[in-house]
Design a binder for this molecule. Structure first.
Ligand code: 0FX
Length: 245
């Protein structure tokens, strides 16, 4: 039996991945999947306390066990950087919600809406750098003028699932080729946090202001804000509606 570990800090995506596995019935083909999430993920720790199908994991500390126990490890939006000792000894695959090499790192669609760089989903072998390494497959998604972070993100998740549907067996059999791309750019959490504080005196085109606000509009999240005269944060979101055709 081939053993594969899937580490995910994104429950919604993990559920979709498990549904895909059910559909594909890979167990009957000798592939056994196990699941984990990051040891610091508070909500998942609480929710999955005592669960027998998923466990918390610290990849920096547990890599020695992982290379013995598993044939392959998937990062399905796992919020830990895999150490060199792990990625150099077994095949580790990342499912990334961005179109490498553009806007690697944190929340790619937010940055793509602002800087106009392409957006999509990428499945790649993991090396020691963030969202970096030989690419197995990718799919671009279109950002429309009325998209917010949320609607763009939903398209990216769909693209990730389509790629997994198409390539999962080939990846598991290690029957794929890879390609490299130029270096591109990387955004970190602090870059996102900096974007969120609006400077009310900032001068820019209306288009750029709209882009910034829609890039920071993601459902219920309180992202963009300014300080009012009492020093209190006031959160801002936008609503965009395209005329019916
Ligand atoms: O799981 P994920 O979609 O992905 C993130 C990174 O973007 C990705 O590059 C990395 N490989 C992965 C491990 O972590 O992130 P999330 O579930 O925390 O957030 C999903 C979306 O929600 C995000 O793209 C934008 C939005 N969001 C999230 C938070 C926490 C906000 O708009 N504000 C927030 O404070």
């Amino acid at each position: 039996m081939k053993k594969v570990l899937v580490i995910s800090d994104n429950e919604g995506l993990l559920n979709r991945f498990r549904q895909l596995l059910e559909k594909k019935d890979l167990r009957s083909r000798g592939i056994d999947f196990e699941f984990a999430f990051s040891y610091f993920h508070r909500e998942m720790l609480e929710k999955f306390k005592g669960a027998n199908w998923i466990k918390p994991i610290n990849v920096k500390e547990d890599w020695k066990d992982l290379i013995v126990e598993y044939n392959m490890v998937f990062s399905l939006h796992c919020k830990q950087l895999f150490p060199n000792e792990l990625v150099s000894q077994i095949k580790c695959i990342n499912i990334h919600p961005g179109l490498n090499p553009f806007n690697r790192g944190w929340f790619p669609q937010v940055f793509s809406i602002i800087n106009g760089l392409p957006l999509g989903a990428t499945v790649h072998e993991i090396d020691t750098e963030l969202d970096h390494g030989p690419i197995i497959c990718q799919k671009e998604v279109e950002i429309e003028s009325w998209d917010t972070s949320l609607t763009a993100y939903e398209k990216v998740l769909d693209a990730e699932m389509e790629l997994l549907d198409q390539y999962l067996e080939l990846i598991l059999e290690e029957n794929y080729s890879t390609f490299l791309v130029k270096e591109g750019n990387l955004n970190l959490k602090k870059d996102f946090d900096e974007l969120c504080e609006l400077n009310l005196d900032e001068k820019d085109s209306f288009q750029n202001h709209i882009n910034k606000l829609r890039a920071l509009t993601h459902g219920e999240y309180s992202n963009a804000y300014f300080y009012d005269k009492n020093g209190k944060k006031v959160y801002v979101t936008v609503q965009l509606k395209r005329e019916e055709s």
